[in-house]
Design a protein around this ligand. Sequence first.
Ligand SMILES: Cc1cc2nc3c(=O)[nH]c(=O)nc-3n(C[C@H](O)[C@H](O)[C@H](O)COP(=O)(O)OP(=O)(O)OC[C@H]3O[C@@H](n4cnc5c(N)ncnc54)[C@H](O)[C@@H]3O)c2cc1C
Length: 412
Amino acid sequence: MRTLEIAVCGSGIGGLASAIALRNFGHNVTIFEKVALPRPVGSGLILQPTGQSALARLGLLGPALTHSRTLRGIAGHTSTGRTIFDIEYAALGPDMFGLGMHRGALFHILDAERERLGIPIAAAADITSSSIARDKRLIADAAGMSRGAYDLVIDATGLHSSLRKAHAVVVLDKPYAYGAVWGVVPEPSEWPHKHRLTQRYDGAKRMAGLLPIGHLPGTTQPLSAFFWSLRVVDFAAWRSSDFAGWRNEVTALWPAAAPVVEQFSGHSDLAAASYADVWLTVPYADRLAFVGDSARAASPQLGQGANLALVDAVILADCLDAHAKIDDALVAYAEFRHSHTRFYGLASRWLTPFFQSDSRLAGSIRDACFAPMARIPYLRREMIRTLSGLKTGIVTHQSPNRLVGLKADQPV
Ligand SMILES: Cc1cc2nc3c(=O)[nH]c(=O)nc-3n(C[C@H](O)[C@H](O)[C@H](O)COP(=O)(O)OP(=O)(O)OC[C@H]3O[C@@H](n4cnc5c(N)ncnc54)[C@H](O)[C@@H]3O)c2cc1C
């Protein structure tokens, strides 16, 4: 087996997972990270069965199970409390579930493994450009300092990747009008939905949600991630608005959430996040592979981005192991990931207006149609497969094992 010299740009979920997967195949990997003190950004996420299988391939599912909350399903309700959908993973099999996690817990698990494997990380390295010289790839930071040469560079710098803008054929890069503000609080002891992501809607304009996320490493306090949908152009106005007035607005929409929002004391307890739809013709260029949000991005409506990044990481490492030529490995990586990532890109784009938009009609259609749809057994299973990250097309799906490149298939 040949040993490749590989640079991974970005130490987020996709970058750390890629570095670990490649190191496990014996490659020499160095990570370059923009921030001086790498740490997780964001609050909570759902580790779907696909992401769980990818973590299992890295030998890291055990710690993820310890530092998360098992989720049985997700539920959405209107402002009057009417249920729009309430779907459970178990419909696909007894061993299917989601894991609500603090992003910090996932980061900690991946970073501890990086350290154990001795993968070096160069912090405060803002990688903004890259070039080819003598059949190797170089990278350079914002100050113009060049690093390399590498057999392969992996771009895992996320949604705002400079390398993607310079080296990929970008067919779509469109920001969403709506984002969200997020905050983490100790889970209220009386919270009734400890194993569910629960959302509350008022049309498509207002949405709140609460995700149980377990506890951070080294602590025992269970946490919940709360989010509130907001137009990106209104972020600044929200920050200067009356905070008590906002809390009243949330509890008027969702009285049961009062013990959650009462724990926020000011705007700075919540962080704003915006999203974009990004799609590339192929997730690679010459000796350059894109993984995670740099390879494609979507709104987090279906909760798949981190999971897709984890799956990218293990499949890219497999393809490099299976093909002697890097070019062939990158083509194989793109082909393997195409149908899965394409489905979630399109599904997120199609679904998001029903949950976050100014359209009155979209909210009404959702409220009228989702509940009857969820009562039809075939559609209900398809909804759960979609949530679980298993879809590869409108009528096709794969098991989590297959999606992460394992031969042994698991019936779902
Ligand atoms: C509000 C919100 C909720 C979400 N909920 C979910 C969910 O429930 N489930 C789910 O699966 N996904 C969710 N996602 C999506 C998920 O967070 C992303 O898809 C995932 O973090 C992508 O991982 P990544 O490694 O590609 O990028 P990131 O996690 O963004 O990491 C990128 C890394 O690159 C570094 N970097 C950036 N620029 C440079 C540079 N120039 N040079 C060097 N380093 C650089 C950054 O500092 C960072 O460390 C959510 C996203 C948002 C915004």
